[in-house]
Write a protein that binds this ligand. Structure first.
Ligand code: C2E
Ligand code: MG
Ligand code: MG
Length: 550
């Protein structure tokens, strides 16, 4: 190994050893190997690769290794390995072709801890501030024990006064105080989770309306008194949405009904609202949105804004994500999280996604023609659109019509689009053949495991805001993101962090090896012209500094 190779080996984001191709004696090991197997590096070089095999796998491993021809590389999946303390490690072993090493033939063996990605996923399913399961965990959970139906209460807490503006740390403490209040009131067998920043969810298998309403009233009453947060007392104003089903019902629809009830409460209904068909009828904001959205494209009421995507190591703007904006007559600006979800329930979403693809690709080409040749464009596409038989052709035609290289287009999809039974998978493979990059958006918010992504047609993962938020405050979170990044890199994926708001977060992300980032720190979504202005200024500055060097 040259010095460069040696450095690369030491710094590789994965456990690696070099071993004799014949005797399997370990000749060198990097720090990750020492961490994974819990031996000092010096101790590791006194062992053989078979000493690291788990009980029962030694012979099989020796045979599997002997079976890899010298000129070939191979990945041995899910081998049982054993750390110094006897704990079992489930790892994929990547075996390199034989290399020359100090006069003998050796192989590099990289161990990718599959179990670790499982614990990473567990961490991703936990709310850092309160330790409660988060929404992702809920999406993954089934309604076990709910054969007799279930009740769901969503509790939205609005802080009165300045609490909402305080630091993240303070907000975390407030969240723990809320959990303290709720925990005292929970019915037996209830499951509490944190659904969003200000929303807590209680799921009670087998609950009836009477008991669940009583619980909701107790919660509302408990918040009438100020809550102690540290040495302060603060006041919170709760709104509660309830949905109860006496029959077995899937968690998703029960939560959707509870959300509709909560929306109604927040729109000025009672503090506690129970979902009913009648309430669904009164839920007219939704109806207004749905009606108007149908005309949004023809009435030219949609606009696109763009958020810069920057390379973390250089700060250079290398792309932009197109985000849709809509001003609904009679209501005003509606956030995309709301109208996209409504549109996605019908084929309406296809029209919106197509509009955005055309708009954004044309804009990307304009930037390139203005001299920003490296700009790529990221466009969000719903899983429904990605499933369409015609989708690949649509993308190809749009790129062609504006002369955009498909390699400069990144399509962002939610995890749901990648479910094995979806038509999208075939489309994504075809899109990648065209050169289009495929990104998984909001990674970590859903249920898919990173280890499962390896086999999917993907190029980029975007790490969701909740995991970026506390990264600078908490070494464990930073480590979680580090392992996500290194496993992703191991799988050949690029990693983009979303929602970066502070330079401390950016610094940690840079050190954990994250490639690109987006967030208010680097710039909020703005008009295309604003992005052009920013690119112009950056070009002016770099050409200025080059001239200064001459
Ligand atoms: P997304 O694709 O994950 O987009 C990132 C969202 O995070 C955007 O919200 C952006 O404004 C917001 N954001 C960016 N940086 C920060 C930050 O530092 N802090 C915070 N708190 N937020 C930040 P937006 O524009 O409201 O969009 C929400 C979601 O709506 C998008 O999430 C995307 O899933 C969907 N969406 C937006 N435009 C389209 C579209 O044209 N088609 C489809 N199918 N979905 C879209
Ligand atoms: Mg996105
Ligand atoms: Mg996202």
């Amino acid at each position: 190994m040259t010095i460069d190779e040696r450095l690369l080996f030491d710094a590789a984001p994965v456990a690696m050893v070099v071993c004799d191709a014949v005797t399997l004696a370990i000749l060198a090991a990097n720090d990750h190997a020492s961490v994974l197997y819990q031996y000092d590096r010096d101790a590791l070089v006194r062992l053989t690769l078979l000493d690291l095999a788990g009980a029962g796998d030694r012979r099989a491993l020796a045979e599997a290794l002997a079976d890899v021809p010298a000129a070939e590389r191979r990945v041995l999946r899910e081998r049982r390995q054993c750390a110094k303390d006897g704990s079992v490690i489930e790892a994929d072993l990547a075996i390199s072709p034989a290399i020359a090493w100090g006069g003998r033939s050796a192989r590099i063996v990289a161990a990718l801890d599959v179990g670790a990605s499982k614990s990473v996923i567990d961490a991703l399913r936990t709310d850092a501030a309160t330790g409660l399961p988060n929404r992702a965990a809920l999406a993954a959970a089934d309604l076990e024990g709910a054969e007799r139906g279930a009740g769901v209460v969503l509790i939205h807490v609005t802080w009165v006064g300045a609490a909402s503006q305080r630091s993240q740390e303070y907000r975390d403490r407030s969240a723990r105080a809320v959990v303290g209040v709720l925990a005292r009131l929970l019915p037996a067998n209830a499951r509490l989770s944190r659904h969003a920043d200000d929303v807590y969810a209680v799921l009670v298998p087998g609950a009836r309306l009477r008991s669940i309403s009583a619980f909701a009233r107790h919660v509302a009453a408990a918040f009438e008194r100020p809550i102690a947060v540290g040495d302060e007392e603060i006041v919170a104003n709760p709104h509660l949405g309830i949905a109860v089903s006496a029959r077995p019902q899937d968690a998703v629809s029960l939560f959707r009904d509870a959300q509709a009830a909560l929306d109604y409460a927040l729109l000025g209904g009672e503090a506690v609202e129970v979902f009913s068909d009648e309430l669904a009828g009164r839920h007219d904001r939704r109806a207004v949105i749905e009606r108007n959205l149908r005309h949004a494209v023809v009435q030219r009421r949609l606009t696109a804004v763009y958020q810069p995507i920057v390379r973390l190591d250089s700060g250079e703007v290398v792309g932009a994500e197109a985000l849709m904006r809509w001003n609904c007559p009679g209501i005003g600006p509606v956030p995309p999280s709301e109208f996209i979800a409504i549109a996605a329930e019908s084929s309406l979403i296809l029209r919106l996604d197509e509009w955005m693809l055309r708009e954004a690709c044309a804009q990307a080409r304009r930037w390139q023609l203005a001299g920003f040749a490296r700009m790529h464009i990221a466009v969000n596409v719903s899983s429904r659109a990605a499933d369409q038989r015609e989708f690949v052709r649509l993308v190809a035609t749009i790129c062609e019509s504006v002369a955009l290289d498909p390699g400069d287009l990144q399509i962002e999809l939610g995890e749901d689009a990648l479910a094995p039974n979806r038509g999208a998978l075939r489309n994504l493979e075809a899109l990648r053949r065209l050169g289009v990059r495929i990104a998984i958006d909001d990674f970590g918010s859903g249920a898919s495991a990173l280890s499962a992504l390896g086999s999917l047609p993907l190029d980029v993962i975007k790490i969701d805001r909740p995991f970026v938020g506390p990264i600078a405050a908490d070494a464990f979170r930073a480590e979680v993101v580090r392992s996500v990044v290194s496993l992703a890199h191991q799988r050949g994926l690029r990693v983009v962090a979303e929602g970066v708001e502070t330079s401390a977060q950016a610094e940690v992300l840079r050190t954990v090896g994250c490639d690109d980032a987006q967030g208010f720190l680097f710039g909020p979504p703005v008009s295309a012209d604003d992005i052009t202005g920013r690119l112009d200024r950056a070009r002016f500055q770099t050409s200025g500094s080059k001239e200064a060097l001459v």
